[in-house]
Design a protein around this ligand. Structure first.
Ligand SMILES: C[C@](O)(C(=O)O)[C@H](CC(=O)O)C(=O)O
Length: 314
């Protein structure tokens, strides 16, 4: 299915505002029945690479944001400001491509959750996930997790949904439960259903262990779309897009898709410098190539349209 961004010329000669990314994401979920594939991105460079390849949307990983922006593990180090600022930069590189961004626990009680949703909305984020872990959260694929009670979780989602409504926003609210590890499958499903009752648009069962759980969560939550978190080498087996679709998922995210290859590639190059004294990087990777990947053409077009000639000789 192709979604246009809806931009057209208004009668006053100004271009009409394009459809917000949140509205586009919501439409993809409600009007289609395809599986939306969103690679994990953790900074502007990885986002640009994903945009170049072309996907239904992007996923801003909190683990990757903690690692790249703060140099810290996914243990609740990132604040709302860290996450919002990062998400805003990524969401606006190409606002026609929806960004789903991690919002951890929502960063506090109902008022903080409301603030988080409002700030993500104003930043151009199309969807966000809010979970039921305690504030000192950790990556969902680590042991020793703790969750808040179901009422507290429901309040987080209610505050998110009320904010979406108040702002007349289409931002997609994704309720994530981490209760599978702590309380088992039945309780996790109960929590996701409670979250949908409270206004969540999408359900996210963290740390799915096997195909039976995968199929069952999609069946139990239907018609609510369910998101699959494809963290390689974590609790969940590695499934392909085709398998995820067959199991009934509507969104698949790959938080480690950029992190793992970046680590390998960067580390081996750094080691080569240390051991041989040269980087030996691909000779076609010129400075101009890097800047082309991150928007040289667009920057040149803006300058030329303004009557400038700044980049003619780049
Ligand atoms: C999805 C996630 O929240 C993320 O930050 O990308 C993480 C990924 C990870 O750290 O393995 C999560 O699953 O908790």
């Amino acid at each position: 299915m192709t979604y246009t961004n809806g931009a057209s010329n208004g009668t006053n000669g100004h271009a009409a505002s394009p459809t917000p990314a949140a509205t586009r994401l919501r439409k993809m979920l409600t009007e289609g029945n395809e599986l939306l594939v969103l690679p994990g991105v953790y900074d502007g460079f990885t986002a640009r690479i994903a945009l170049e390849v072309g996907f239904d949307g992007l996923y801003m990983t909190g683990a990757g944001t903690c690692a790249s922006k703060l140099g810290q593990p996914d243990l609740g180090f990132a604040s709302l400001n860290d996450m919002r600022e990062h998400a805003e930069m990524i969401a606006n590189l190409d606002p026609s491509v929806p960004l789903i961004a991690d919002a951890d626990t929502g960063y506090g009680g109902p008022n903080m959750v409301a603030r988080t949703v409002a700030q993500y909305h104003r930043s151009g984020v199309a969807g966000l996930h809010i979970e039921d872990q305690i504030q000192t959260k950790r990556c969902g694929h680590l042991g020793g997790k703790e969750v808040v009670d179901v009422d507290t979780f429901q309040q987080r989602i209610s505050a998110a949904a009320a904010t979406r409504k108040k702002l007349n926003s289409d931002i997609v609210i994704i309720a994530r439960t981490d209760a599978l590890q702590t309380d088992g499958f039945e309780e996790a499903i109960r929590r996701l259903k409670a979250a949908v009752t409270a206004g969540a648009d999408v359900a996210f069962l963290e740390g799915i262990n096997n195909e039976q759980e995968a199929r069952e969560v999609c069946r139990a939550l239907a018609p609510t779309p369910v998101l699959l978190n494809m963290v390689e080498n974590g609790a969940t087996p590695s499934w392909s897009v085709a398998q995820a679709k067959d199991m009934g998922f509507r969104i698949i995210i790959y938080p480690f898709a950029a992190l793992a290859p970046a680590y390998e590639a960067i580390r081996s190059t750094y080691k080569r410098i240390k051991e041989t004294g040269v980087t030996d990087i691909d000779p076609t990777f010129t400075p101009k190539k890097l800047f082309t990947i991150v928007g040289l053409k667009e920057a040149t077009a803006v300058d030329v349209a303004a009557g400038g000639q700044l980049y003619g000789k780049v």
